[in-house]
Design a protein around this ligand. Structure first.
Ligand code: HEC
Ligand code: HEC
Length: 429
């Protein structure tokens, strides 16, 4: 246990400024996402000098909360953000479908699994070269492509991201900004938007869309709903609970560079300023998930979801070295999901962890065989891009080697990931 020396009071203390910063910045800073990660920000000063900003942020978030569940914003009149990002499933998918169906008919299949919207509040803006803070005196290392939203990091801020589902033909499928603005102008919360942005807020579509985007973003920055830090593991880090022996073994394996090495990407330790870990470094990495034939788009053998290099993301389409890279998701609340990875190819956490352990030692278990009997490893990536796949532990062993984790060790890691589900603290009281 490496966290033993951290006093509970210090860990708890960081929560209050985090809330205050998010509320203040959601309202007043044009680049709230990046600003939240800036270590030199003085939250107390910001908030005390701007009580008005905090009130405004809270009012905006309240509007965002109502829009989030409003099916009137969709072409079908039957779909809201919450249809896919279920509030009772950590804002992840409500079911085991690899992709959800939307569009005007509600029959149009999506192409990717629905990510959780929790713990994105400190996701940095997308950069191709990410350098860790140099405060700890280390040489800065280029962590590679990092940050942004969506599985491919193609948009940075909630206010811009929201246009994607609102207009996507297989999601809410609204016919452009004017349709959304009209629906919002008729909604019961329209007067609240007028109160914040002026009586003429709906007069111009672009201005109205900006206001709507800000409200969604403010809602997505609400701590109680989007980053509550109420898991058992948070209680453990605060010194208020203890892991069971199995969960503790799981944590040790999760962090051991010779075993799971999961923490290499899914950060598990307190940050430099004792901030609670997000269980992701927001890095975009290729891990070679098997192709999922249950996604209708995959029936076309020439269709490949290559993540960072397209097709949904277009600015890096020519960067072959990025093909196959997808966002590292948080593992907080992963135990509540029924689909895993960007293509929803796995349906249990145990399968996911087993895949990590056996991808390179037993590829025949995870990938289909071609007509010649050859295992088609990394079958969801065209051959030229397979060199992009990560080969460091727990990967990188040879066929026939013992897997990095035994079946019991896989169970232990799954048990540990179970401690990352929010709601533990409430359940105890
Ligand atoms: C039909 C299902 C569906 C609906 C409806 C939907 N989303 Fe999503 N959402 C997704 C999928 C799938 C992704 C991943 C998309 C990608 O990677 O290209 C996503 C990604 C996101 C992300 C980025 C998450 C991350 O991990 O980076 C945010 C934020 C988001 N959605 C917010 C919303 C909001 C706000 C609404 C309502 C206006 C909404 N979504 C409606 C399916 C949906
Ligand atoms: C090299 C970085 C890296 C390492 C090491 C790593 N992961 Fe991941 N993890 C990722 C990426 C990237 C994804 C998304 C991949 C995709 O969708 O194609 C992911 C996805 C997952 C998911 C699915 C979550 C979801 O919401 O769909 C789970 C569970 C998971 N990892 C657990 C683990 C465990 C357990 C370990 C250690 C045995 C581990 N990871 C090691 C990068 C990593």
């Amino acid at each position: 246990m490496t966290h033993g020396s951290i006093g509970a009071a210090r860990v708890v203390a960081i929560r209050v400024p985090a809330i205050a910063v998010a509320l203040a910045l959601a309202a007043c800073a044009p680049s709230s996402r990046a600003a939240v990660t800036t270590r030199s920000v003085t939250p107390a000063a910001l908030v005390l000098s701007r009580p008005e900003a905090a009130r405004r942020a809270a009012a905006l978030a309240a509007i965002g909360r109502r829009m989030f569940v409003d099916p009137a914003l969709s072409a079908s009149g039957r779909m809201s953000c919450a249809s896919c990002h279920s509030p009772s499933h950590a804002f992840g998918p409500p079911n085991a479908e690899p992709v959800q169906h939307g569009g005007a008919s509600m029959h149009e299949p999506g192409v990717r699994a629905v990510p959780s919207l929790r713990y994105l509040q400190v996701a940095p803006a997308f950069v191709e070269h990410y350098f860790e803070s140099e405060e700890d005196g280390d040489e800065s290392v280029d962590a590679g492509p990092t940050g942004g939203l969506n599985w491919d990091g193609r948009v940075d801020r909630g206010r811009d991201q929201v246009r994607i589902p609102l207009f996507s033909p297989f999601e809410m499928a609204s016919h452009g900004p004017s349709a959304v603005v009209e629906a919002v102008a008729r909604a019961p919360y329209a007067s609240d938007l007028r109160a914040l942005f002026g009586d003429d807020v709906f007069a111009r579509d672009e201005a109205a869309m900006r206001a709507i985007g800000e409200a969604f973003e403010a809602y997505e920055q609400t701590p109680e709903e989007f980053y509550p830090y109420t898991s058992k593991y948070d209680a453990v880090l605060r010194g208020e609970a203890r892991l069971t022996p199995q969960e503790q073994r799981g944590l040790d394996l999760f962090e051991d560079p010779g075993k799971g090495d999961c923490a290499r990407c899914h950060v598990s330790q307190l940050g430099l300023n004792h901030e609670l870990p997000q269980f992701t470094d927001y890095g975009l990495v290729a891990i070679g998930a098997p192709r999922n034939s249950a996604i209708p788009a995959n029936a076309d053998p020439t269709y490949d979801d290559l993540g960072m290099c397209g097709p949904l993301r277009t600015d890096l389409a020519r960067r072959a070295e990025y093909c196959g890279r997808f966002m590292t998701p948080t593992l907080r609340n992963a135990a509540t999901r029924q689909v895993f990875f960007h293509n929803g190819v796995f349906h249990s956490l145990r399968d996911v962890v087993e895949f990590y352990a056996e991808r390179d030692t037993n590829p025949e278990k995870w990938y289909p065989r071609g007509p010649d009997g050859h295992v088609k490893k990394f079958d969801d990536l065209p051959a030229p891009y397979r060199i992009n796949v990560d080969m460091d532990p727990p990967f990188g062993r040879r066929p026939g080697d013992p897997p990095a984790l035994t079946p019991e060790e896989i169970d232990d890691i799954v048990a540990f990931i179970g401690t990352l589900t929010d709601g533990y603290e409430a359940a105890r009281h």
